[in-house]
Design a protein around this ligand. Structure first.
Ligand code: UDX
Length: 453
């Protein structure tokens, strides 16, 4: 576990975190771990009472331990807004949701509600730190529209936490970005990160907001680029794994975010890229590259359906196992997960779908079509199916006893590896028909040919 950082003067600072989703809860628990007195506030009573008991209402590795130690040390408390009686402290973090509107814009109602609530309890000159992802220009608007005469000072401090690694990322960030206009306020936010080693970038408010969108858009562009290359690889007979490694070894490009597959999902990338596209359009700029990134990403989700149609002709009545309904491994989050679209498409075409995920079954239940059979284990999902689509590369799936799996599957035993996470050659040796995304080597067409020779 991490070293307790309850030492030094900075330990005296009081911090309130408004909004206890992934970002807010991790920030609250991590700041308490760093020695600050932290109050987490959320409008959901159930969530507040779960956190009070040290239980985390969502799956985030290492967060439960951090919550327990903060509660035990008495430095971490949780309240419903209606229960607040004391001032909120020197620093108030806003980490509420900023969901997409249907037209692509950002719904700021939770942010505005939080900002209107704060001055009732914090009449002083506290620093209001915006952790929620808000479109470029929002901070300045909020200052002008909501904060005049409040005494509060506004600082944009975007977060770059990855779900599933959020606690690690908090203590080991790639950089800390602070956007503000008031020196004292910036100094206080810097102080909040005492003990955390990372390059510090001080900017104006709008630039800080834009950095967050640019980072997500660039990473999504890398993913869509590698997926475009994978499609080309299939046509020229090259192998995307080698291409990704071959370009990634160039330090100017880097190895990360070059895994070809079913594309990105989650609570951030899809929403933020749509929002940046919308923001550009509103400002009269046609951000063509972003449109292409979005289109490629949408197209990737069709790959398993196309492959199964090619293999079976019609997929009506075909039994398919979906492995993974979280948008990526090590999270229980299914928001905008590729599995949801894939399941809908398969069910619409008459396939009989069985699904399993180690953590996300509860969240995915209401998001998946009713006809999908939700299973208790991977082997249960696989039993009696003719085809498997690996959607999320959980280690549990990569390490499945495939010889045993081959006995529970029925012919033709197709595996569509949507994350290029499995050993295709080994699977073909075991008698499966295998297909990855842009992998030239093992493909099920090849086995067909071998069988017919
Ligand atoms: C992302 C950003 O990484 C984080 O900095 C920001 O604060 C929030 O959004 P997260 O949504 O947790 O974090 O997921 P991330 O690990 O970045 O993956 C995003 C998606 O891209 C996943 O669906 C993942 O499967 C996909 N992905 C990632 C690929 O398809 N290929 C890759 O090479 C990498």
């Amino acid at each position: 576990m991490l070293e307790d950082r309850n030492k030094g003067d900075e330990a005296k600072m009081r911090i309130t975190v408004v909004g206890l989703g992934y970002v807010g809860a991790v920030a609250a628990a991590a700041l308490a771990h760093s020695g600050y007195n932290v109050v987490g506030v959320d409008a959901d009573w159930e969530r507040v009472s779960a956190f009070r008991q040290g239980s985390c209402p969502f799956y985030e590795p290492k967060l439960p331990e951090l919550l327990s130690s903060g509660l035990a040390a008495g430095r971490l408390r949780f309240h419903h807004p209606e229960e607040m009686t004391t001032p909120l402290g020197e620093v108030i973090l806003v980490a509420v949701g900023t969901p997409s509107r249907s037209y692509g814009g950002t719904d700021l109602s939770q942010v505005r509600a939080a900002i209107r609530w704060v001055p009732q309890y914090e009449p002083g000159s506290a620093v209001l730190v915006m952790k929620s992802t808000v479109p470029p220009g929002t901070g300045l608007r909020l200052v002008a529209e909501e904060l005049v005469n409040s005494g509060l000072r506004y600082v944009a401090n975007p977060e770059f936490l990855r779900e599933g690694q959020a606690v690690y990322d908090w203590f080991h960030p790639g950089r800390i970005v602070i956007g503000g206009e008031n020196e004292e306020a910036i100094t206080l936010v810097k102080k909040m990160y005492t003990g955390i080693e990372a390059p510090l970038l001080i900017t104006d408010i709008t630039s800080a907001e834009t950095i967050k969108y640019a980072a997500n858009a660039f990473l999504a562009t890398k993913i869509s680029f590698v997926n475009e290359m994978a499609s080309l690889c299939e046509r020229v007979g090259a192998n995307i794994d080698d291409i990704a490694r071959g370009i990634g070894l160039d330090p100017r490009i880097g190895q990360s975010f070059l895994r070809a597959g079913l594309g990105y999902g989650g609570s951030c990338f899809p929403k933020d890229i749509r929002a940046l596209d919308f923001c550009s359009a509103v400002k009269g700029y046609n951000f063509e590259l972003l449109r292409a990134v979005i289109n490629v990403n949408n197209r990737q989700r069709l790959l398993p359906l196309q492959a199964l149609h090619a293999a079976f002709g019609t997929i009506k009545g075909v039994k398919v196992a979906l492995l993974g309904v979280a948008f990526k491994p090590h999270t229980d989050d299914s928001r905008e997960a590729p599995a949801l679209d894939i399941a809908r498409l398969l069910v619409e075409d008459g396939a009989e779908v069985r699904a399993y995920d180690p953590q996300a079954m509860e969240n995915a239940r209401s998001l998946l079509p009713e006809k999908v059979v939700l299973c208790e284990s991977a082997l249960e999902a696989l039993r009696g199916t003719q085809a498997v689509v690996l959607v999320t590369e959980w280690p549990e799936f990569c390490e499945l006893p495939w010889e045993q799996v081959s006995r529970v599957l029925v012919p033709p035993r197709l595996i569509f590896d949507g994350r290029n996470a499995l050993d295709g050659r080994e699977l073909m040796r075991l008698g499966f028909y295998y297909r990855g995304v842009g992998r030239s080597g093992p493909r099920w067409e090849q086995r067909h040919q071998e069988n017919n020779q």
